[in-house]
Design a protein around this ligand. Structure first.
Ligand SMILES: [Zn+2]
Length: 206
């Protein structure tokens, strides 16, 4: 929908060419888990190495932004790219989005809608004024997310990834895949027949 806005960053390097990566200006992140954020590590490194005049701004709800700042880009796990190449003009920025409020992100309108997961997580309702889609990370969407989807004109897709990473599934069997799928299937009926593409990240390529 917009080549400059990325939604989650699990496989940026594998899915996009370097030329495409450099064009990314905004990254909407649903939650802090590595399989949704590790691409940010390599994307910021790529920018610093070959395009230090560009910047990617990571946007999410407050707890997700704080988690990335304190646990990822902390000069221990990974360099703090909000100071590289300089604090005045870094390759990485952070932006906090208010839950439930529509915000302009690049050429798109984005509304974060918190959803259930083992860590603070948001889904996103995204549109460009003409068409749009609903994106939910590792969880079945909530009723609130479905309601917003139903009210959305020009809805093209609902992208759901209803599984937990293996360690979380082992730790919390009640949240395992069959349970999540059953819940999502029930939600789908509630959605009134809206298409559910259920794309993995690689295929979504967003
Ligand atoms: Zn997760």
């Amino acid at each position: 929908m917009d080549d400059r806005v990325l939604v989650d960053a699990g496989t940026v390097g594998g899915a996009l060419s370097v030329a495409e990566q450099i064009e990314i200006e905004h990254a909407l992140i649903t939650h802090s888990h590595l399989d949704h954020t590790v691409g940010l590590a390599f994307l910021t490194d790529t920018l610093a190495m070959i395009a230090p005049d560009r910047r990617v701004t990571v946007a999410s709800i407050s707890p997700v932004v704080r988690s990335l700042q304190s646990h990822a880009f902390n000069d221990a796990l990974w360099p703090d790219f909000t100071n590289i190449p300089s604090g005045a003009a870094p390759v990485l920025g952070f932006r906090t989005l208010a839950e439930g409020n529509e915000a302009r992100v690049g050429g798109l309108w984005v509304t974060p809608v918190p959803v259930e997961h083992t860590v603070p997580t948001t889904g996103f309702v995204i549109h460009d004024g003409q068409t749009g889609f609903v994106y939910s990370g590792d969880t079945g969407p909530t009723e609130r997310l479905w309601r917003m989807a139903r009210e959305m004109r020009g809805l093209k897709a609902i992208i759901v990834r209803d599984r937990l990473p293996e360690p979380a599934r082992r730790a919390r069997p009640s949240l395992g895949a069959p349970h999540a799928r059953a819940a999502a299937a029930g939600d789908r009926q509630d959605a009134g027949g809206l298409a559910d593409l259920g794309l993995p990240h690689q295929a979504a390529g967003l």
